[in-house]
Design a protein around this ligand. Sequence first.
Ligand SMILES: Nc1ncnc2c1ncn2[C@@H]1O[C@H](COP(=O)(O)OP(=O)(O)OP(=O)(O)O)[C@@H](O)[C@H]1O
Length: 960
Amino acid sequence: MFGTRKTWDLGHAPCLQELWKKDVSLDASSVDFLMSDGEEDCSFLSLPTAAFPQRTALTTTDQLETSQHNHNQQLLIQTLQEKVCEFQARLRREEASRCLQLQRPQQSHEQSLQEKTNVIQERGVRAVQRLAEPQEQQHSNCLIQEGEQLIAALRTQVGELEEKLLDQTQEVERLRSGVGATDLEKHLELLVVENERLKQELKACKTSLLQEAPPPACTATDCPHSQDVEALREEVSRWESQTRPRQRRLAELEQQVLEKASRVETLSRQLEESKRHAGEMQRQLEESKCQQGEVEQQLSVQLRDCEEELARQAARPHQVKYVTEIVEVESSGSQQAVAEAQAKSAALQEQLSLQRQLLRELETQLHESQRTSTQLRAQILVYEGEMERAQGQLEAEMQNLEEEKNRVIEEAFIRAESEMKAVHENLAGVRMNLLTLQPALRTLTCDYNCLKRQVQDFPFMLEKAITEAKQEICQVIGEVSSANQELLRKYKREMNLRKKCHNELVRLKGNIRVFCRVRPVCRGEHDSAENMVSFDPEDDALLYLSTKGKLMTFELDKVFHPQATQEEVFQEVQSLVTSCIDGFNVCIFAYGQTGSGKTYTMEGVAKDPGINQRALRLLFSEVTEKAPDWDFKITVSMVEIYNETLRNLLGDNQGEKLDIKMNPDGSGQLYVPGLTEFTVQSPEDINRVFELGHMNRATACTNLNEHSSRSHALLIITVAGVNSSTGHRTQGKLNLVDLAGSERIAKSGAEGSRLREAQCINKSLSALGDVINALRSRHSHVPFRNSRLTYLLSDSLSGDSKTLMMVQVSPLVSNMSESVCSLKFAQRVRTIELGNATRRQWENSSTTSSPTHDSVELDSPPVTPVPLPISRASSAGSTLSASSKTPATRRRSQSQLSTGKCVYTHTHTPLSPRSQQVHMPLCHQEPWDPSIYNNDNMCTPPIHTPYATIIRMVKNIYTI
Ligand SMILES: Nc1ncnc2c1ncn2[C@@H]1O[C@H](COP(=O)(O)OP(=O)(O)OP(=O)(O)O)[C@@H](O)[C@H]1O
């Protein structure tokens, strides 16, 4: 703050006090004088402090923000006061020094005069005493008078000098008081006025900022711009805080300038005073010289007069004696007087020389003063130059500060104005929004009240709506039901028509399909007939056999080459398999000589199962898919026909021989008492069934391969379904038969038991051929009973059944003749027409055989009605559930028989109470599966699919 003051510190420049001290040393009286002056200056110091109450009052009324500023100003004023006191003290000391300087020659002069006067008085007294005689008394009196006059004149002169000195002292005092105190007071007043002006400006700025601030109603919580205003205020305060030190610095500089100016003025005034005093002193000195000259002249005149008087008195002769006596008497006195006068003269001369020396000293002092004055002038010029520079800098700095202050204020003002404008605009927008929102609020309130009323009324409205909806739903259900009945009627009519068309198509195509599969050459077989067996790449139904130079062509329904996989074979038969879900009886049997691959095709191997396992898994997955609408039950039986003996492969007693009997209920149906049927409910059950059958077949013989070659293995799968929605029932049977080897007995050369086995095999195969021949020839009698095999398969070979014969052919040359026989037999079978496929259906309430809508009329000559095989519940326990099958009645309408047509109906017979079943979960399934009917026309599309869809729709409506 006072950094620049150091530059202007008087201590660094020669001051008057130091200058005076060089020549004049202060004595104790002068120190006392200074001390007394210093104490007397307290009255002077009271002047600036007199302005404090006003300032204090201002301080109390100022805001808190200006307290620091006021404190700084107080410090500044206090510093100024100290400076003023210091200057006053210095001024007084200098004045005292000057007074001392002035008084000292005067006192010495007075002292010298006093001494002269005393000397003259003493000389006069002595002269009077010496001239005590009457003659000389008059002259002495004259001398005394003259001396007294001289003394009086000298006293007058001294008095006048004292008066002049007093006047000079008073003038100096007056000048001192007039110069120092007044200027400082004026300067102090100027400072106070400047301070007041700055305060007023600060107040005005604050007032303008406060007026520009947002309205007080807009508080920090509800006005979004209060923070901006606060930020602006903080910025303004920051600028003010930055401005304050500059203002203080400005005030200090101003103060320093004023101090310098006052000091320069004081110095110049002191210089003038010094000059004037020096002139006066010179004049007084000259006057003293003149007076001294006059005194000397008078004294010399008196001395000369005395000497002349003495000489005149000595020139009188008559009176010589007397005079001589007198002279002699008085000569010693005169000589003494002369000596005294000479002494006086010498003293006066000495005094004169002293005066002259004093004069020289004064002149020297005068020269010193003039030199000091010259130095002071030079210093003053330097100070003035510095002052001008400082003033220029100060003015420039002030101007910069002023400009910066104005700029900051202007920026703050502009910013505050823009902010206020934005705030006002926002406020206007908010007010507008408020005005627009109020109607919306009223509308919302109305809506809310309305909704509230509606919510209150909602239960009643809901109840009413539910009632109405129920009524509408009932009405719609009624309408839908009637429409459904109509649709159902139309659907049944259409399905009958479709079924007739399909049956006609099947009749035209024939329902016996014959496939041929040529097994590959196995490892270790060398007599392959690869060149003898060939295939038509364009037609997969042709097989060429080259034997004995002849090329035999066999046309079958499908020929599988040796590379055909189990999956490819099953792809061709799966539609036939799934048709049993729709209620058809299906018979798939593998025919061929031993080692031609029958077992491989039907049973397969563990890693690559054959048709049996695949068919059962497919049926299981199909009925699972149809579970939502249909409840299916899949039962499995496995039997073996060996030497015309029927064995239950799934039963516990393997030695038991089963028999095929007529159902005692008079229905004419066949059944196998004691045949075990397992209900399959999972894929694991399928595996268990095959494992059990395989194990039972293996335990009954010593060589399974040979045994299997000599026996027929039958897997009988029954699929019974009930539509839970309609009560519609279907039942189909799938017979998968692995026939025994078909080689000729003559060729085999068997004897004994092997001969009997071969005879039995031949008998059964011959019976099968006879049956097929009878069917092909449409004989009235079909010899199903000629063998156990044909008897057991009678329901799957006659009427509406579908039959697939898989003729297995060995590629070996040694088996060529057997292969030719098998293929010829297969080609004959292919030409057989079993008749129209008839679907077995049971109505819910139909327990008697009666013609139904799905009865099929067989073309004449009618096939001899053969009862279906009837299974009886096995009494033997099993790890799996077993069920006994009650016979289904299949009757032939007498009227139709009389007209040459046979109608087969199937009635549902309740299960035997002895049966043990594991029921499949009741499920409804969608019977329609296009994939079943896409590949082959052997199967009719399900007749119940649209109906089930309609039922589901109705159920959905109910659910809704
Ligand atoms: N398509 C085929 N692919 C590979 N190997 C086959 C194929 N067909 C049959 N075989 C193999 O030929 C051999 C004889 O087959 P398989 O036992 O099935 O004949 P089979 O007609 O059943 O004989 P059998 O009448 O004595 O029972 C077996 O080893 C079998 O694995």
